[in-house]
Design a protein around this ligand. Structure first.
Ligand SMILES: Nc1ncnc2c1ncn2[C@@H]1O[C@H](COP(=O)(O)OP(=O)(O)OP(=O)(O)O)[C@@H](O)[C@H]1O
Ligand SMILES: [Mg+2]
Length: 326
């Protein structure tokens, strides 16, 4: 693996919340500030990232690679009109690649890790299909996008819950007894007599009773994960008042700390650019959404590798500043 590449998966629990537009424009903003960047369309079964980049759907992509067996992976990566930015197409030209096999997924993941760039941005499909959870797991720090609407926030938590449960299952896959216990626990229906909620602390406690060493190791592994959350289509900075509740839900249910990483206002310029296949931050550089995304790119370049202290407070102050400029 190219040790300098930072892989940033962009995921969401709910569809249509702005992942592809964000992934494309974040990649462009990073490229525009001089970082060599590759943006990859890993929404297999729903690839449309090329539209956000103003590119034609004419290049072979991951779908062709998986089906052909003769295409070199590195030949898929094409230069975009933006200097420093390359694009890895998905399966916009190849049907039925949504359900790739375990072996295909491993092959793909190995190839992605070999890509040479400063940043590799991955646009993922919505939801918790195994493909998506595995691509999200390519880095300890991934981005999650949500709007402020309840279904979107609930699905964000559900995504992270499924993701952490998968991390835990993978961590005990060599211990058949523990794995069977986990599978049985996951399959148990919620009945009046089993009202104990399924949480990460609860699962770790059960694992500890059977294999204390594995539980200690898993506790450590879980603590490496640090999602970076972006709120999209915001109306007002006060909407960020939900952060306290979310902090508690993530800590108690999933033993996770998130960094509240970005706030993008609802902006008609996004709609306009999407309709016309234009690139948001190229065509509308002065729009508020473009400005918000550029600020997130600066944050990525400055502090991606470090936890962000007081991220809720900082994001609130930043969103207020942006709101005054609107
Ligand atoms: N900040 C914003 N302001 C206004 N509209 C927005 C904003 N962000 C996204 N949109 C709208 O949301 C639509 C969906 O965006 P996008 O396709 O990027 O979402 P997605 O999460 O990638 O969807 P999918 O889950 O289907 O892949 C866009 O066509 C755009 O019109
Ligand atoms: Mg998308």
């Amino acid at each position: 693996m190219n040790s300098k590449a930072t892989i940033i998966p962009v995921a969401s629990g709910k569809g249509g919340v702005g992942k592809s537009i964000f992934a494309a424009n974040l990649a462009i903003a990073l490229a525009q500030t001089g970082h060599s960047t590759v943006v990859a369309d890993l929404d297999l079964g729903g690839s449309n990232l090329y539209t956000c980049l103003g590119m034609p759907n004419k290049y072979p992509g991951i779908g062709d690679y998986l089906k052909s067996g003769v295409i070199e992976f590195s030949d898929l990566i094409v230069q975009t009109p933006i200097p420093n930015l390359k694009f890895l197409p998905g399966d916009g030209r190849t049907p039925f690649t949504a359900n790739i096999s375990y072996e295909q997924r491993l092959r793909l993941i190995q190839e992605i890790k070999k890509i040479s760039a400063r940043y590799i941005i991955l646009d993922l499909g919505a939801g918790t299909m195994f493909n998506t959870l595995n691509f999200y797991g390519l880095a300890y720090k991934g981005m999650m996008i949500t709007t402020f609407e309840t279904p979107s926030v609930m699905n964000l938590i559900m995504f992270l819950r499924n993701f952490m449960f998968r991390v835990i299952s993978n961590g005990v896959r060599h211990n058949r007894k523990v794995l069977d216990m986990l599978i049985a626990t996951f399959q148990q229906p919620m009945t009046a007599s089993s009202r104990e909620p399924l949480t990460v602390p609860h699962l770790l406690k059960k694992i500890k009773e059977m294999d204390p060493g594995a539980a200690a190791q898993l506790q450590k592994t879980c603590s490496y994960y640090r999602p970076r959350i972006i709120f999209n289509m915001g109306d007002h900075p006060d909407e960020l008042h939900i952060l306290k509740k979310l902090d508690t839900a993530l800590a108690n249910g999933l033993s996770l700390t998130a960094d509240w990483f970005g706030f993008i206002f609802f902006d008609d310029a996004v709609r306009r650019s999407a309709k016309r296949k234009e690139i948001l931050i190229v065509k509308y550089p002065d729009s508020i959404a473009a400005e918000n995304i550029r600020r997130i790119a600066v944050r990525v370049a400055k502090s991606w590798d470090r936890p962000i202290p007081d991220s809720a407070q900082r994001l609130m102050e930043d969103a207020r500043k942006q709101y005054r400029k609107k």
